[in-house]
Design a protein around this ligand. Structure first.
Ligand code: CA
Length: 224
C-alpha cells in the first residue's frame, strides 16, 4: 500500500484514476491545479505523484521542476496529453521518473505505478555513506569510523531522515513530522536531546559537529 498524490484537473479522469489505484490498495488524494500540487507535493509522506502536464495555474512541468528544486525526491509519473517526443524528454529532464501518454490504458498506468514503487523501495534499502558514516536501512545498522553504533530505533529513524534530506535545513517541526509522525506531540527540547545523543554517537567530534549542523533560529542541517 502506498500514499499517492494524483494531480489532474479533468474530473472524470481523476475519478477513474483514483478508483483504479484505490482498488490496488493505495491511499489517494486528488488535487486539481498546479499551485496546489506544488504545495501538497512538498508535504511529506507521498510514495508517488501522478502528475498531469496540462493543468490550470501552473503546468505539470513547472510543478515537477519546483518540487525537484526544493529537494522532493518522490517518484513522479507525468501524464502527457500529447504524444510529442519533446514533451516526454522535457519531463524526464525536469526530474520526472516516467511518463504515460494520454489517453492511457489503466492497466499500463497501474504497471508503471507498481514498477516505480518497487524501484523506490529498492532505493530506500540502499546503503548511504557520508564520510566515515555508513547507514544500512535494510539492516537498521549504522557504522561510524568502522564501528557498529548502538542506536535506539528513534535515533536510527532520525538519522535516516537527516541523511535522506541532506543539505536541507529541517526545522524541529519538520523533524517531528518526518521522524516521529505528524500527530505526535513531542517538545522541541526532546528533539534537541535526541540530536545531542545522535551527535555523540556518530560525530567524530560531538562538540564540533560536522554532519548534524545547527542552523541558528531555523533548525538543523545534515552535511555530508
Ligand atoms: Ca489536464
Amino acid at each position: 500500500m502506498a500514499r499517492i498524490l494524483v494531480v489532474e484537473d479533468e474530473e472524470d479522469i481523476a475519478m477513474m484514476l483514483a478508483d483504479d489505484l484505490r482498488l490496488e490498495g493505495h491511499v489517494l488524494e486528488v488535487v486539481g491545479d498546479g499551485a496546489s500540487a506544488a504545495v501538497r507535493g512538498r508535504e511529506d509522506g507521498w510514495d508517488l505523484i501522478v502528475l498531469d502536464v496540462m493543468l490550470p495555474i501552473k503546468d505539470g512541468f513547472e510543478v515537477c521542476r519546483e518540487l525537484r528544486k526544493s529537494g522532493v525526491r518522490t517518484p513522479i509519473i507525468l501524464l502527457t496529453a500529447k504524444s510529442h517526443e519533446a514533451d516526454k524528454i522535457m519531463g524526464l529532464d525536469l526530474g520526472a521518473d516516467d511518463y504515460v501518454t494520454k489517453p492511457f490504458n489503466p492497466r499500463e498506468l497501474r504497471a508503471r505505478v507498481r514498477a516505480l514503487l518497487r524501484r523506490a523501495e529498492g532505493d530506500a534499502g540502499a546503503r548511504l555513506r557520508f564520510g566515515d558514516i555508513e547507514i544500512d536501512p535494510a539492516r537498521c545498522e549504522v557504522h561510524a569510523g568502522g564501528r557498529l553504533v548502538d542506536m535506539t530505533p528513534m535515533e536510527f529513524k532520525l538519522l535516516l531522515v537527516f541523511a535522506r534530506n541532506r543539505g536541507h535545513v529541517l526545522s524541529r517541526d519538520k523533524l517531528i513530522d518526518l521522524a516521529w509522525g505528524r500527530d505526535t506531540y513531542i517538545t522541541d527540547r526532546a528533539v534537541d536531546a535526541h540530536i545531542v545523543n545522535l551527535r555523540r554517537k556518530i560525530e567524530p567530534n560531538a562538540t564540533e559537529p560536522r554532519h548534524i549542523v545547527s542552523v541558528r533560529g531555523m533548525g538543523y542541517r545534515f552535511d555530508e
